[in-house]
Design a protein around this ligand. Sequence first.
Ligand code: C2E
Ligand code: MG
Ligand code: MG
Ligand code: MG
Length: 275
Amino acid sequence: QAKTTGPGRYEFFDVALRERLQRRLRLEQDLRRAVLNEELWVAYQPVVELATGRTVGVEALLRWNQPVLGVISPVEFIPLAEESDLINKIGIQTLQTTTRDMAKRRRELGLDLQVAVNLSARQLDDPDLLVTVERALHRAMLPPEALCLEITETTLMRDPAGAAMKLQALRRLGVSLAIDDFGTGYASLAQLLRLPLDVLKIDQSFVRELGHSREAEGIVGGIVAMAHSVGLIVIAEGVETARQAKILRRLGCDQAQGYYFGRPESTKSWLPPAA
Ligand code: C2E
Ligand code: MG
Ligand code: MG
Ligand code: MG
């Protein structure tokens, strides 16, 4: 694409690339210290039942307050953690924190809220995952049905047969399971049917189009119908407007989350004045 291939041009690419690599290297080295220093924290975003407007749970979303660079997104640091053993430590800490926070919140409010926690590919491969989940629930005294584990479609489709077995084992603990970012991978209906899932989360890329394109409405409506036909609860992600929420309700979508209902926030502010 670069038609000018003079020396100045090369230098330009060089600088940009070098800066990106330097940032990455810096974050990689810094992440280990950050985990020890407890610079990682969990934000919670409400999940709302569309028919009633009631908050039925929250999704836990990791944040990193890097002292110099500011708040860093999990999109940037989870892949770095996945390249080392750090993801295991982060995963365990996250499960412990979120189950404890939710148990406390349920006691305070006297409500059967659920917390959803994202699992990465490496965590799903970890033979200790079952024990980690069971122990976290036990220590927090949180009933398993109050925990939902989210796994992306892409992760599940790497090895659908293997994933099915792992999900089966998790489900025996009594936790519920969600397929995350649905629509961004290539899962077929047949493959989906073979996975023991409870929840399907429609990726925000579809939700964003609602109200702009008839086609998107058709697709989302189709996903909802298909998911319901196999007994899944459907959650729409990334709902930013009243209009999107209204369309989703009309399409029969069960629950939703997004900036329209609430941004991810620290525990100090999360969760409903209740309905
Ligand atoms: P995800 O699980 O699909 O989470 C939804 C993402 O959408 C979150 O980004 C959330 O902040 C963002 N979001 C929520 N509502 C809206 C909205 O109305 N509009 C827009 N544009 N975005 C919205 P976030 O927090 O940056 O997390 C990104 C991804 O990082 C998550 O995607 C998840 O895959 C991963 N992640 C987050 N926390 C963890 C974790 O504890 N463990 C692992 N393994 N992955 C995590
Ligand atoms: Mg998620
Ligand atoms: Mg998602
Ligand atoms: Mg996502």
